[in-house]
Design a protein around this ligand. Structure first.
Ligand code: GDP
Length: 444
């Protein structure tokens, strides 16, 4: 999970700070040293870390923070705001053309996820009511053209292609003309990348930019490459003038340094993040919400938006009622898990819940992953209806029978019952948060 290490360290630092009550300048200094180490360990650009820590320190000791009633909270708030600020403050949206179609040019190196992201973006924008068309402009790799066509077919989104015998400029021009005729209001052009940055690629992209005058040039970079991604962004930006960056593979085991450095180093905002291989795994990037997640304050807003996009209103209302009611049973639990699964991998979802984004607590919950659902389902289905409605009354001999019936072990049954209890609490917490429509959560 992205930022896992950073989140753990920062939260630990702030737990210590909060346990102190009154704070001295030396306490802040000590905390800032830890913040600095944590950011460097997360592979954040050295200069960025330096000025970040200096800014936080200045604000923390310069105002009436230390003499306030809740100094630690104030320091945390400053860090939260500065973290969000590093990443651009608020969400940066796609530039849309005043007169359609909007033309988006996707650029990036091989393997960054450019082609996949083009398709994901088309999918996301269609959900927002646009009529996208994809353009296969990577004339050097017939496989990339085929890949885009396959993705377009899966999504039911048209892909404009002229094979590999024409120049990208001719293809793009013809594509835009075609889009206008077809009433498409968004043209997403996949361009040719290279294994590494070279003059030929840059010159080609410049020519394409001059010919089609895109409203948006989006660079796709792989978050796993850390500071390399930042350097790539800087080079592309100097040459082409980027409008935004898409950071892919944020679902992987990345420390997050690129996410925290790109805007600060290049001035280009991250507009979207890729969080999986599936075609719906692209999210608009919200710096403020990301800062909340890093500090363990959860990201209820994203969770609610995901729920709204994936559930119908009736379902949401029914679930909400269930969550708040006292008679939340194991049947509901199973249904709930299946619903929640629609929102994405369970681990990602849990990280958005205030207080639970804290990785230590997450581990206490046991390793809930998507495979686990298969066991959970088998175990719950091996219970009698009475047992499902009375989980607290499931004693030892019943547990053994359920384990046998589901082909699992008593430990697994115990762990499902424990997860049920935890989930019940967690969902209540979530319902409470949603009710107030509060932004972000309470500090853990
Ligand atoms: P391109 O060479 O830049 O066009 O890269 P592709 O679009 O072919 O993607 C390269 C690989 O990265 C593919 O296997 C994609 O499924 C994968 N990929 C792209 N974005 C993401 C992401 O956000 N998360 C994960 N886990 N994989 C991704």
């Amino acid at each position: 999970m992205v930022f896992e290490g950073l989140a753990e360290k920062l939260q630990e630092t702030f737990r210590k700070l909060k346990s102190k009550g009154r704070l001295t300048e030396a306490d802040v200094d000590e905390a800032m040293k830890e913040v600095r180490r944590a950011l460097l360990a997360a592979d954040v650009n050295f200069q960025v870390v330096k000025s970040f820590v200096a800014r936080v320190k200045e604000r923390a000791v310069g105002q009436d923070v230390l003499s306030s009633l809740t100094p630690a909270q104030q320091v945390i708030k400053i860090v939260r705001d500065e973290l969000a600020g590093l990443m651009g403050g608020t969400q940066s949206k796609l530039n849309l053309a005043p007169k359609p179609p909007t033309i988006v040019m996707m650029v990036g190196l091989h393997g960054a996820g450019k082609t996949t992201t083009a398709a994901k973006l088309a999918n996301l924008m269609r959900k927002q009511g646009r009529r996208p068309m994809l353009v296969a402009g990577d004339v050097y790799r017939p496989a990339a053209i085929k890949q885009l066509q396959v993705l377009g077919e899966q999504l039911g989104i048209p892909v404009f292609s002229m094979g590999d015998r024409h120049t990208p400029v001719d293809i793009a021009r013809a594509a835009v003309e075609h889009a206008v005729k077809q009433g498409r209001d968004l043209v997403i052009i996949d361009t040719a990348g290279r294994l590494e940055i070279n003059e030929e690629m840059m010159a080609e992209l410049e020519t394409l930019k001059a010919a089609v005058r895109p409203h948006e040039i989006l660079l796709v970079v792989d978050a796993m490459t850390g500071q390399v991604a930042v350097n790539i962004a800087e080079t592309f930006n100097k040459r082409l003038g980027l409008d935004g960056v898409v950071l892919t593979k944020l679902d992987g085991d990345t420390r997050g340094g690129a996410a925290l450095s790109i805007k600060a180093v290049t001035g280009c905002p991250i507009k979207f993040v890729g969080v999986g291989e599936k075609l719906d795994a692209l999210e608009p990037f919200h710096p403020d919400r990301m800062a909340d997640r890093i500090l363990g304050m959860g990201d209820v807003l994203t969770l609610i938006e995901k729920a709204q996009a994936n559930f119908d209103a009736e379902q949401v209302a029914r679930l909400n009622k269930k969550i708040r009611s006292a008679d939340f049973t194991l049947d509901d639990f199973l249904e709930q898990l299946q619903e929640v699964k629609k929102l994405g991998p369970i681990q990602q979802i849990i990280s958005m819940i205030p207080g639970l984004g804290n990785m230590k607590k997450l581990k206490e919950l046991g390793d809930i992953d998507d495979r686990e659902l298969v066991y959970v389902e088998a175990i719950i289905k091996s219970m009698t209806p009475w047992e499902r409605a009375h989980p607290h009354e499931i004693n030892g001999s019943r547990r053994r029978r359920i384990a046998r019936g589901s082909g699992t072990t008593v430990q697994k049954v115990n762990s499902v019952l424990k997860q049920f209890e935890q989930t019940r609490k967690m969902m209540r917490q979530l319902a409470e948060m949603g009710k107030g429509g509060k932004k972000g959560g309470k500090l853990p």
